[in-house]
Design a protein around this ligand. Sequence first.
Ligand code: SIN
Ligand code: FE2
Length: 221
Amino acid sequence: MQPSNFDLFADNEPQQQPRADQIGEQSWVLRGFALPVVDQLLPALENVLEAAPLRSMMTPGGFSMSVGTSSCGALGWITDRSGYRYSSVDPLSGAPWPAMPEAFAELAHSAATQAGFPDFVADSCLINRYIPGAKMSLHQDKDENAYAAPIVSLSLGLPAMFLFGGFARSDKTQRVPLLHGDMVIWGGVDRLRFHGVLPIKQGRHPQLGEQRINLTFRVAG
Ligand code: SIN
Ligand code: FE2
């Protein structure tokens, strides 16, 4: 039996129209959006982490975070006993953070554009590595100088259950499963929504192994 034209189109252009799930008035999950460029992202990520290795940061309250963290771009998000903030240098090396790879910047810009934020130019990319059991408690992203730009987040590796809440920590949360290549964008009226990640389940991803990597692109400065 001949495949229909529709089937042919779907096979030849699998990433032309990835599925977009709306999770808030100005919040979207772009399913598989990054898959066509993952092979460019991974070597670039490796280079960044060679220059600025992942480390377990300390919260202001004195707890060690369960994720391993690094950054690239002009500004990197850091935390230690003196608080949460952005820094233009990596406190481990005293050197500027590695430059944001072109492939990262382009992906973040095109995902933001797809979600209705065409002016997005990230100056910060936070890298979080989750091993099974690691999690991110509910929080708001509010260490940036302004909130006009959205948050643009990429999931790689093991699946995660993302929690997307309201404007108070105690508000009900939606559970949003995130897979390798998915991107979440929230901005505008949704910019300060609480969000977090449930503990990552045991597993092995064919490309990334026993870990999940999240890249969060922001305009911080
Ligand atoms: C974060 O909000 O900092 C991380 C979100 C994620 O890992 O998906
Ligand atoms: Fe966050």
